[in-house]
Structures are given as structure tokens and as C-alpha cells.
Design a protein around this ligand. Structure first.
Ligand SMILES: C[S@@+](CC[C@H](N)C(=O)[O-])C[C@H]1O[C@@H](n2cnc3c(N)ncnc32)[C@H](O)[C@@H]1O
Length: 279
């Protein structure tokens, strides 16, 4: 699978077309009435917009993540690693890997027994992932590849596990993103999604949504020195994205079996874990 720890931004040794998707127009989403937000939200997830937004916030992405989540995001990713069964030698893919935190944790867990690949379509995020890899893991086999999750440049059935952390809701065509994760996963392998979800506990749910909609974008904007759109995008993209049973249904409809949900921190985030059928 090529050199260890290389940043393969040109995507030369994989099949598939260059990673510059032609994205359709943004979709109009009406938030379900059971959520407190009843207005219609337009979330522009066109590839160029999402890529540019992450390119802009890349230098401060890790700091922002840890500040805004009070460091809990690290525990959530560790939980993903704990839940996966990683005893094969087949490689592992972390899609929408961003600055690579989950890919690096996976590499630490398998300790050279299996190669870990982190893919993302945003070069500045991947550059940070590669720098962390150099600093933290040295020669452990992690490779970062620039690729659109809607068109993964990998053969069918090649990974023992395919993960995505806080990435799937940013992929313009969610079902295509899920289908690609399943396609490249080996039969019997695991597909795992870590994503924000809606807390269900009355009182906490309202408090959390107020923080998420009103406080978090302001702090984010100030710290990240970014245009407002990037941190307005966060609550809007989370509120319109399916969570809980709705996402399980999407994953099962795409072909996964035995999909289970593990709510984290009172349901602020959830892990969804399913298996690709063996035949
Ligand atoms: C919120 S960050 C999550 C990064 C990382 N997984 C983490 O846990 O912090 C979302 C990432 O998804 C990437 N992304 C969004 N849409 C994508 C797509 N269609 N293909 C590949 N990467 C995508 C962005 O570039 C960004 O790095």
C-alpha cells in the first residue's frame, strides 16, 4: 500500500477520478416538528463550500474542537476504537479524517499489524494530520489520502473496518457516502459512524440546543477568526442531520446488519456500528 505515513494528496496510486466533485445545488431541509427548531434551514453542502470552510478553519480546528467540547471529543473517539473489533490484518479506513485524530488512535491500537488510511477532500486538514502523524507516531503505518467520500478511490471489500467521525453529516449525498463506506468494507467487516445527535432528556435537550445554536457559533467565530458562516453551519448541519433510529434506518437500508447505537454524554453524540453481510 505504498510508503508509510505519506501524504498522498495527488491520489496517484488509486483508481478513480480526480478529487474535485461536481456538486449539485444546496438542498432545502425542513427540520422535523418534534425538534424545538421548526423553521426551514438551508444548509449548503456543496463540495467547494464545505472544503473551503474546512480549509479556512484548519489551523485552529483541533483547538476549537477541544475547547468547544471541553475535551470530550477525545473520549468519544477512544470509545469508537474500543468498540471496534480489529483483529484482522486487513487495512482500516477513516473517512473524512480531517486532522487525523481517529486515524492516529486506530493506528496506535493496531500497532503496525494493519495499515490505517485516513481520507479527506480538504488538503489543509490532511496536512495537519500528516504533521501530527510525524510528531506522534513516526513510522507506524498511517497514510493520508485526498479523496471525496462520495467516490472513494479504493477497491471493493478491502478494509476490515471503515470509520467516520463528525464527517458524514458534511457529505453532500449522505446515502452515497454510506454506500461508499460499505462498498470498500470487507464482507463481515464493520462500518462505524460517530456523529452529533439530539439529546432526549427533557430540560438538558433544550439547554444543549440553546448552547449549540446561540453560544457555540459565537465562541467558534471568535476563536477561529472565521467568517460567521462556518460556525452557523455547525448547528444547522447537526440539526438537519438524521440521528438515532433515523440514521440506523439509513444504515440498514444501505445494507448494514446488526446496527447498534451507543449514545454518548447524554446523547450529545452517538456511535453507530454495523456489519457488512458476509454474502
Ligand atoms: C468536522 S470535520 C471531522 C474531522 C475528523 N474526522 C474529526 O473527528 O475531527 C469534517 C471533515 O469532513 C471532511 N469532508 C466533508 N465532506 C467530505 C467529502 N465529501 N469527502 C471527503 N471529506 C469530506 C472535511 O474536509 C472535514 O475535514
Amino acid at each position: 500500500m505504498g510508503a508509510l505515513g505519506c501524504l498522498d494528496l495527488q491520489n496517484t496510486q488509486f483508481r478513480g477520478s480526480p478529487v474535485t466533485p461536481n456538486m449539485p445545488a444546496p438542498s432545502e431541509i425542513t427540520v422535523p416538528t418534534e425538534t424545538p427548531v421548526t423553521k426551514s434551514i438551508t444548509v449548503d453542502k456543496s463540495g467547494d463550500r464545505v472544503r473551503d470552510m474546512f480549509a479556512q478553519i484548519a489551523p485552529r480546528y483541533d483547538l476549537m474542537n477541544h475547547v468547544l467540547s471541553l475535551g470530550i471529543d477525545i473520549r468519544w473517539r477512544k470509545q469508537v476504537v474500543r468498540m471496534l473489533n480489529l483483529d484482522s490484518n486487513l487495512p482500516i479506513l477513516d473517512c473524512c479524517t480531517g486532522t487525523g485524530d481517529l486515524a492516529l488512535m486506530l493506528a496506535r491500537q493496531v500497532a503496525g499489524r494493519a495499515e490505517v488510511i485516513g481520507s479527506d477532500f480538504c488538503a489543509p486538514m490532511l496536512e495537519r494530520a500528516a504533521a501530527k502523524h510525524q510528531a506522534q507516531l513516526g513510522e507506524a503505518p498511517v497514510r493520508f489520502v485526498q479523496a471525496d467520500s462520495q467516490q472513494l478511490p479504493f477497491d471493493d471489500n478491502m478494509f476490515q473496518a471503515v470509520t467516520v467521525a463528525f464527517g458524514l453529516r458534511n457529505v453532500q449525498d449522505t446515502d452515497l457516502g454510506i454506500a461508499e463506506m460499505i462498498r470498500v468494507c470487507a464482507p463481515g467487516g464493520q462500518v462505524c459512524v460517530l456523529e452529533f445527535s439530539q439529546p432526549t432528556l427533557p430540560g438538558f435537550r433544550q439547554l444543549y440546543q440553546a448552547y449549540f445554536r446561540h453560544v457555540l457559533p459565537r465562541i467558534g467565530q471568535r476563536f477561529a477568526k472565521n467568517n460567521q458562516a462556518a460556525y452557523d453551519y455547525l448547528p444547522n448541519s447537526v440539526l438537519e442531520f438524521p440521528s438515532g433510529a433515523a440514521l440506523v434506518e439509513r444504515l440498514e437500508h444501505a445494507g448494514l446488519q446488526q446496527v447498534m447505537i451507543r449514545p454518548l454524554t447524554l446523547g450529545v453524540a452517538s456511535i453507530y456500528l454495523g456489519r457488512k453481510p458476509t454474502a
